[in-house]
Design a binder for this molecule. Structure first.
Ligand code: ADE
Ligand code: ZN
Length: 390
């Protein structure tokens, strides 16, 4: 057996990654007698690559609930809300998205326009409950043990769903997902970067009534001028309320490097959603390592985006090798052909030639940067180790 927890190796030698402070503010696994850094590429040689990817216990930290609506479900939700979709059939959704991400068409804007059509059908708390439960059922099938899901309440409110209805429906869906599918989850409330910061601040105050249902806040949607400085006060308010803090910094956007640095230094985020351009600036890599900032990359999402896919592969390869807390996530699995987590991992492994030990490191990074309690993180780590040692 090719085990990863070989106590006979003596004290663990810390790699650059091992020396970093976790995004949780704690030193990584000081108490663990061993960890995944000693995993070999021959781990679980009894399994095919497909079985290995399917079987590894998974954690996902960057997925938008509104991006999980599959075509059939979209049609059902639209029908019950009396909304006419610009598609003839569920197959038409896939065909339209494929056209919008064809070479030459691909961009964050095109992506968000497609997403708008899907999320535009959500009109009631019940819709948010449906998509949460459907998503968590899918997580179970994918071997996801724990997931942090994002939602944009501003979108819900614009479509007639008050904040309370949206959050309560998702909270009930999370409880149902745990009971029925055994998947633990938490909710991240995202504000939209292309909408006024004052709106975000007002929403943050309203969210006090639901504080226990929301683990952290983020920023998403279009990466517009003024981001992230415009949201400094919002983040200060959120910090005082002890929310965990993240923000999107989409890939290859104008001023990507400046945005990532400002999110870390001025907003005080613990994570960057995407943030791959970090790889192109050594001083930013140092900052990310020094502060233990986690990066939630979404490999299949980048297929539909501008810029050579290869350069993005290079970026997450070099971020993994530099020892950053980079993880693999889906972002919007039902959009633009991204696919669910198993597919995302398989595609990333094939495209970037990640090895099994790389995959274990990505998963360990996800666990270490998860906003769950230390006990739970240790349980998740030990399940990962058990899988590898079986
Ligand atoms: N909303 C959903 N996915 C997003 C992404 N990758 N960037 C910005 N906003 C999003
Ligand atoms: Zn995202």
């Amino acid at each position: 057996m090719s085990g990863i927890c070989d106590r006979s190796r003596g004290p663990r030698i810390h790699s650059p990654r091992g020396q970093g402070k976790a995004a949780t503010g704690r030193w990584r696994h000081d108490l663990d007698p061993c960890d995944t850094e000693s995993v070999g590429d021959d781990v679980r040689s009894d399994l095919s690559d497909e079985e290995f990817v399917a079987g590894i216990p998974k954690v996902e930290l960057h997925v938008h609930l509104e991006g999980t609506i599959e075509p059939l479900s979209l049609f059902r939700i639209a029908e019950r809300n009396g909304i006419e979709l610009p598609y003839d059939s569920p197959e038409g959704v896939v065909a339209f998205q494929a056209e919008r991400r064809a070479p030459g068409n691909e961009s964050l804007v095109n992506f968000l326009e497609c997403l708008d059509i899907s999320r535009g059908a959500l009109r009631t708390g019940a819709d948010y409950h449906t998509i949460t439960v459907d998503f968590l059922a899918r997580c179970r099938d994918e071997g996801v043990r724990y997931v942090e899901m994002m939602v944009d309440p501003q979108q819900a409110i614009r479509q007639g769903v008050p904040l309370g209805d949206c959050v309560e429906a998702i909270t009930q869906g999370r409880a149902d997902g745990l009971t029925n599918h055994g998947v633990r989850s938490q909710l991240i409330m995202c504000f939209q970067r292309d909408h006024p910061a004052a709106e975000a601040e007002a929403l943050l105050e309203q969210a006090d009534a639901h504080r226990d249902s929301i683990v952290g806040i983020g920023l998403d949607n279009y990466e517009t001028p003024g981001f992230p400085a415009l949201f400094a006060a919002t983040y200060e308010l959120a910090r005082r309320r002890e929310y965990r803090l993240t923000s999107h910094c989409d890939v290859n956007q104008p001023d990507s490097i400046r945005h990532i640095r400002a999110c870390i230094e001025d907003l005080g985020v613990e994570r960057i959603d995407h943030g791959l351009n970090t790889a192109t600036d050594p001083s930013l890599v140092d900052l990310v390592l020094e502060r233990g900032i986690a990066l939630t990359a979404c490999p299949t999402f980048y297929h539909g985006q501008q810029g050579a896919a290869e350069s993005r592969l290079d970026m997450y390869r070099s971020l993994l090798d530099a020892g950053t807390m980079i993880s693999l996530n889906t972002d919007d699995p039902a959009q633009f052909g991204s696919g669910w987590l198993t597919n995302t991992i398989s595609e990333a492994m094939a495209a970037a030639r990640f090895s099994r030990s790389d995959l274990v490191r990505f998963m360990h990074n996800a666990i270490d940067s998860a906003w769950t309690d230390e006990h739970h993180r240790r349980d998740l780590t030990s399940e990962l180790l058990t899988f590898c040692n079986r």
